[in-house]
Design a protein around this ligand. Structure first.
Ligand SMILES: NC(=O)c1ccc[n+]([C@@H]2O[C@H](COP(=O)([O-])OP(=O)(O)OC[C@H]3O[C@@H](n4cnc5c(N)ncnc54)[C@H](O)[C@@H]3O)[C@@H](O)[C@H]2O)c1
Length: 422
């Protein structure tokens, strides 16, 4: 039984799911057993690719299948809470995409429903599961470079230029940068800093006429320990964080010229956004190029949606490197090389399998996820009130996380003074 793959049903087979499908296919401990989507094109393409999988027209139909053990909820944000509760009521374990809910009341109801039905709930805040984030946390906890002093995460991306649906452009339905992107950075910051943030002062920014949602936020946080943290994400796609590293460039999904062209089309109302979005979902050309093609190959890390994370300690500093992390310490600069890609998505799947099959604790639990959601909501609240927001739902990362999910460093190499990285 322990090595039987978990029978997983994907609810909402959109762009987020398209990113998850390759690791789901690759994980021998996951059986991609079923899929549900209201979009007939998406259903057809899912059926064509996964001929063995069961196909449903709604979440309601999928959760009624007694053979499905767990669901991956990657529908638009406003469905995360109701679908989690629905799945729990049908005895399914749940991984819910970020943000876990639109508000704290919904999140509480999700946790309550999963507890009442004896199923696991995993808050799938993807990027914080990455091996380089875990390694940063493990170095901090090891005391190798002394006590934690500060954490900063800074991202400049093209997030606002990517194709969006109507719900993604409606802040009431969970649209915008704060709902969608704080989970990556805040979960990472909480994970490295232990978990409990005391308060937040934040500002969201919205300054692109064609996008009626915040495309920027910055937040200053103080941990209960007194450690400060800063999170910044600008998704307007002029300057990219990737330009800041010597091995990076200004191209992501789009070249700078393509981004300017997309902005022009949005201003003129001529952008075929629905088609572009569909292209990124299962079976589309965008999916093939971005999620299944060469972009899936193991390549040097570049600043992405999580951004550049810099952890400062008493006797050193840590940041991401092309193949792992740079560790600056009194004896010199080292690159701690990891085995392959950061494997954030694989780690999410592993946490599900370990909980369902091996009875291991869920670390990115509903309660943990609520702590991250609370910070995002506080940034929005702070934007309106111009005040610092005190937090009340913060929890520590449960003991045993580092031991349960160790990180394999395949090489620790000294980096020379010139820091020329190839
Ligand atoms: N973890 C990550 O890195 C990551 C990446 C991208 C997206 N996401 C998350 O995935 C979610 C979806 O975003 P997206 O970009 O994939 O959007 P999307 O619009 O491409 O995907 C949503 C899918 O859900 C389907 N859907 C809508 N309503 C439904 C319903 N009632 N029942 C069943 N299916 C329904 C749509 O047809 C679509 O295929 C968001 O919550 C987003 O935050 C996460």
């Amino acid at each position: 039984m322990a090595d039987t793959p978990v029978k997983l049903g994907v609810i909402g087979i959109g762009v987020g799911a398209a990113e998850m499908l390759p690791p789901m296919e690759a994980a021998e401990y996951i059986d991609l057993f079923a899929g549900a989507d209201i979009n007939p094109d998406v259903r057809q393409r899912f059926g064509e690719r996964y001929t063995e999988a069961r196909l449903f027209e709604s979440a309601e139909a999928l959760v009624k299948d007694p053979d499905v053990e767990a669901v991956w909820i990657s529908t638009p944000n406003m469905y995360h809470a109701p679908m989690t509760i629905l799945a729990a009521e049908h005895g399914k374990h749940v991984v819910v995409e970020k943000p876990m809910a639109l508000n704290m009341k919904q999140a509480e109801e999700m946790v309550e429903a999963c507890n009442r039905n004896g199923v696991h709930l995993i808050a799938g805040h993807t990027q914080s599961f990455g091996a380089h984030v875990r390694l940063m946390r493990q170095i901090v906890n090891s005391g190798r470079i002394g006590k934690l002093g500060a954490i900063n995460a800074i991202a400049y991306t093209d997030w606002m230029i990517r194709p969006r649906t109507w719900e993604e452009l409606d802040p009431e339905q969970g649209g915008g940068m704060v709902y969608r992107q704080t989970p990556h950075q805040i979960d990472t910051i909480r994970s490295i800093g232990g978990g409990k943030i005391r308060n937040v002062r934040g500002m969201a920014g919205q300054w692109m006429d064609t996008r009626p949602i915040p495309g920027y936020y910055s937040a200053f946080m103080e941990f209960e320990s007194g450690v400060p943290a800063v999170a910044i994400h600008n998704g307007y796609g002029y300057f990219l964080g990737s330009e800041l590293v010597p091995w990076g460039d200004a191209n992501t999904r789009y070249t700078p010229a393509e981004r300017n062209e997309l902005k022009r089309q949005m201003r003129e109302g001529t952008r075929p956004e629905t088609e572009e979005k569909l292209s990124l979902r299962i079976g589309g050309e965008g999916e093939r190029l971005i999620f299944r093609g060469e972009m899936r190959e193991v390549k040097p890390w570049k600043p992405n949606d999580l951004g550049i994370v810099i952890v400062s300690c008493e006797r050193g500093e840590i940041r991401q490197s092309p193949r792992g992390i740079f560790l600056y310490e009194d004896s010199g600069v080292k690159e701690l090389v990891l085995d392959g890609r950061p494997q954030a998505r694989d780690a999410e799947l592993k946490e599900l399998y370990n909980a369902v099959r091996l009875n291991k604790p869920v670390f990115h639990s509903g309660e943990w996820g609520m702590g991250t959601l609370e910070v995002g909501l506080a940034i929005t609240e702070s934007t309106k009130t111009h005040k610092q927001i005190e937090l009340t739902h913060q929890v520590e990362m449960a003991a045993g996380y580092d031991e349960t999910y160790p990180v394999e460093v395949i090489e620790e190499r000294v980096v020379d003074d010139t820091m020329v990285i190839v």
